[in-house]
Write a protein that binds this ligand. Structure first.
Ligand code: PSU
Ligand code: MN
Length: 303
C-alpha cells in the first residue's frame, strides 16, 4: 500500500518531526473555483496554515499515486488543466490504475488523510443531501465518509444549494458530531446562520481537540464536522444569495444536470449570478477555516 502513497518533502519532514498537519482537498481547486483564483487561494491557504503553526498537506491523485502535499507546479496543473477528474470514494482505484489526474473531494480527501495518519482537514463546504433528494436520491458520498472515516472536517457548514435540515438529519442518523465553532447554529456557507440549531457549541480549539480525542480513544469510529461560520464582514445577504441559489437550481434542472456534475454546475452558476461576490466570500471562508484547522491540529497534537 505504501507504494501508492507519496509524500512531499515538507509533509514527510513534518511527520518525522511529529508536527501538526492539516489536510486540504483539491476538488475545490479543480471544480470549486475558476482559474487563476483557485491556484492563488490554494497557495494562500497553505501559507495561513504554516503561519498558524501547522503544516499543510494538499491531497490529489497523480501518476498512479496518492499525493500527500503538492508542489507549486502540481497545484498549477490541478487548477489549470481541462482533464482533471473529480474523485470521490468510488473513483480512487480507477484513478490510481489509469494514472490520470484526480482532484479529491471531501470524501476522498478524508480517506487519503486517514491513510496518512492526518486527523484534521480544512475546506470550504461539505456535500450533503440535495434539495429534491426524495426523488433524485442525490446525497453526497461526503456524508457516508464522515460516518466511517476518522478525520475532523473544518468547514463553513453546507450551502443552501443543499437541504440543510435533511443533511443534519442524515448526519445525526450516522452518528456524526456536528460541532458549532463559536456558533449555536449550523452555518450556511455564504451566510453565518441557517436557522438549524446544533447540539454542541465549542468556543476554543483546545476543547474541540479534547472532544475528538475522547471519541477516538474510545474507539468510536467516524469523523466530525467542525462548523465554522464565514466571518461577518464577508457574509452575503440571506435574501440575495437564496434568490440566486433558487435560480441556479432551476437552470440545473432545465439543463438536465445530474450526478457528479450537479455541485460544480451550481457553484459556477452562483458565481456568475452574483457577479463574483460568491467567489470572494468562498475564498474568505476557506482562509478562515484554514486558520481554525491549524489551531485545531496544533491543539490535538499536544494531547
Ligand atoms: N462545496 C463547495 N465547494 C466545493 C465542493 C462542495 O462549496 O468545491 C466540492 C467538495 O469537494 C465536496 C464535493 O466534497 O464538492 C461534493 O460533491 P458531491 O455533491 O458531488 O458529492
Ligand atoms: Mn451528488
Amino acid at each position: 500500500m505504501t507504494s501508492m502513497i507519496s509524500y512531499s518533502t515538507e509533509v514527510q519532514q513534518a511527520m518525522e518531526d511529529k508536527k501538526p498537519i492539516v489536510a486540504l482537498e483539491s476538488t475545490i481547486i479543480s471544480h470549486g473555483m475558476p482559474y487563476p483564483q483557485n491556484v492563488e487561494t490554494a497557495r494562500v491557504v497553505e501559507q495561513i496554515i504554516r503561519d498558524n503553526g501547522a503544516v499543510p498537506a494538499t491531497i490529489a491523485i497523480m501518476d498512479g499515486k496518492i499525493k500527500i502535499g503538492l508542489s507549486d507546479e502540481e497545484l498549477e496543473v490541478l487548477g489549470n488543466s481541462p482533464g482533471v477528474s473529480k474523485v470521490s470514494r468510488r473513483d480512487i482505484g480507477q484513478l490510481i490504475a489509469t494514472k490520470k489526474i484526480g482532484a479529491t473531494t471531501v470524501a476522498a480527501t478524508m480517506i487519503c488523510a486517514e491513510l496518512a495518519g492526518i486527523r484534521v482537514f480544512a475546506t470550504g463546504g461539505i456535500g450533503g443531501v440535495h434539495r429534491g433528494a426524495e426523488t433524485t436520491m442525490d446525497i453526497s458520498a461526503d456524508l457516508e465518509e464522515l460516518s466511517n472515516t476518522g478525520v475532523a472536517v473544518v468547514c463553513a457548514g453546507a450551502k443552501s444549494i443543499l437541504d440543510i435540515g435533511l443533511t443534519l438529519e442524515y448526519l445525526e442518523t450516522k452518528g456524526v458530531p456536528v460541532i458549532g465553532y463559536q456558533t449555536d447554529d449550523m452555518p450556511a456557507f455564504y451566510t453565518r446562520s441557517s436557522g438549524f440549531d446544533l447540539t454542541f457549541r465549542s468556543d476554543d480549539a483546545a476543547e474541540l481537540a479534547e472532544v475528538l480525542k475522547a471519541k477516538w480513544d474510545l474507539g468510536i469510529t467516524g469523523g466530525a464536522v467542525i462548523a465554522n461560520p464565514i466571518p461577518a464582514e464577508h457574509a452575503l445577504e440571506d435574501s440575495f444569495i437564496n434568490g440566486i441559489i433558487t435560480q441556479a437550481m432551476t437552470e440545473a434542472n432545465e439543463n438536465g444536470i445530474s450526478g457528479k456534475e450537479v455541485t460544480p454546475f451550481l457553484l459556477g452558476k452562483v458565481k456568475e449570478l452574483t457577479e463574483g461576490k460568491s467567489l470572494v466570500a468562498n475564498i474568505e471562508l476557506v482562509k478562515h477555516n484554514a486558520k481554525v484547522g491549524a489551531e485545531l491540529a496544533v491543539a490535538y497534537n499536544k494531547l
